[in-house]
Design a binder for this molecule. Structure first.
Ligand code: KG4
Ligand code: ZN
Length: 353
């Protein structure tokens, strides 16, 4: 059974064809990094316009690469939230139109559920349930219990910034380009993670919730105390297209140490709570997914932990936003014939559980 997935919730226009929820026949992603890079973050209005430009060619090439005939698909799956409403609307309107024109049924997919399926797509039956899923991206830092049959229970979430957002904001503050996560990840490898000690406030209430805004403020305070205006201005002048060698050359050791310490603090926070919640639900697998799951330090640290269950990360190209994960998440819904009609609305703040 073949599903066409369409994803446009943020700043990637993506389409993919996935067979039986497991086999990726094609996966196209048109990134808008060049558009948003100079603003240091996603500009919603520009994102919608870019989606409009990209949606038709992206879907067309996903179908062509998969050698799939639109009319013979078993379903069209589309992300309906959470995300930017103007962005979601482009993918949804196009998906509805295709469904209307061809009679192929429509399936609505939650973007966060997509991120979880980015792992299930590849690991399949190796994932045992209940699983603990840490979904960590630019928009989310959430812990879910995933039960067999794909039902979810929220165990903890960020109360302010998402982890990826903290990466992006710290990068921007220090004069690096957007997105900051991959840049800090690479630079942190050259720094001493023990150099700066960040003490994070204790959380009141749910001990499995996260908070990253205090860490961002702590970095800001450190910057203010260390006379960094000159080096930050020099990096900003390099622009968003600077390569990693140029950024390294423009980054003194002291700043590399700051970045390594920031990254270590984020990773420790993520893993500590993920492991605590996995214990709480007696998890049989740990899934770490979303854009920040690309982070090399997080991957290493998670795989180094002596845990009584396996840890799964998405493969290359499946951590950050893509449509293969949306088509994969739709497969169990197709088996249950969970179709939606054209009254489907975009839901910016859609929750998974
Ligand atoms: O999942 P995604 O593509 O979009 C959202 O749903 O948000 O995630 C993008 C986020 C950005 O904040 C980006 O900085 C972060 O993932 N990211 C990383 C890395 N690669 C991407 N963060 C840390 N280390 C990385 N290697
Ligand atoms: Zn995402």
């Amino acid at each position: 059974m073949r599903i066409l997935g369409i994803e446009s919730s943020c700043d990637e226009t993506a389409a993919a064809v996935v067979e039986d929820g497991r086999r990726v026949l094609s996966s196209m992603v048109a990134s808008q990094l060049d558009t948003h890079g100079k603003y240091g973050g996603v500009v919603p209005e520009l994102a919608s316009r870019e989606h409009l430009r990209a949606i038709v060619p992206v879907v067309r090439s996903a179908l062509e690469q998969a050698r799939a005939d639109l009319r013979h698909l078993d379903a069209i799956a589309v992300t309906y939230g959470p995300g930017l409403v103007g962005s979601l609307l482009v993918g949804m309107t196009y998906a509805k139109s295709l469904s209307f024109a061809t009679g192929v049924p429509l399936i609505a997919v939650n973007h966060i559920e997509g991120h979880i399926h980015a792992v299930v797509l590849e690991a399949g039956d190796a994932v045992e349930y209940p699983a603990l899923a840490l979904v960590v991206s630019g928009g989310h830092t959430h812990l879910f219990e995933v039960r067999a049959g794909f039902t979810y229970r929220l165990l903890g979430k960020t109360r302010d910034d998402a982890a990826g957002e903290a990466y992006d904001k710290v990068a921007k503050l220090l004069g690096y380009g957007y997105p900051g996560g991959p840049i800090i990840d690479k630079l942190a490898l050259r720094g001493d993670a023990q150099a700066v000690r960040f003490t994070l406030a204790k959380m009141k209430g749910n001990a499995l919730d996260f908070s990253f805004s205090g860490l961002k403020t702590a970095v800001l305070r450190w910057v203010e105390q260390h006379d960094m205006a000159g080096e930050i201005a020099a990096r900003r002048a390099l622009g968003n297209s600077a390569d990693i060698e140029q950024l390294l050359a423009a980054t003194p050791q002291r700043t590399l140490d700051l970045l390594a310490s920031f990254q270590k603090t984020v990773i420790d926070e993520l893993l500590r709570r993920a492991i605590a919640s996995a214990e709480q639900i007696e998890a049989r697998s740990l899934i770490i997914s979303g854009g920040v799951a690309c982070n090399s330090g997080l991957r290493e640290a998670a795989l180094r932990e002596p845990l009584p269950y396996p840890v799964f990360f998405p493969g290359p190209g499946l951590s950050t936003d893509n449509a293969a994960m949306i088509a994969a998440a739709a497969f169990p819904k197709l088996l249950r014939r969970e179709f939606v009609d054209f009254s489907l609305r975009a839901q910016a703040g859609l929750a998974l559980a």
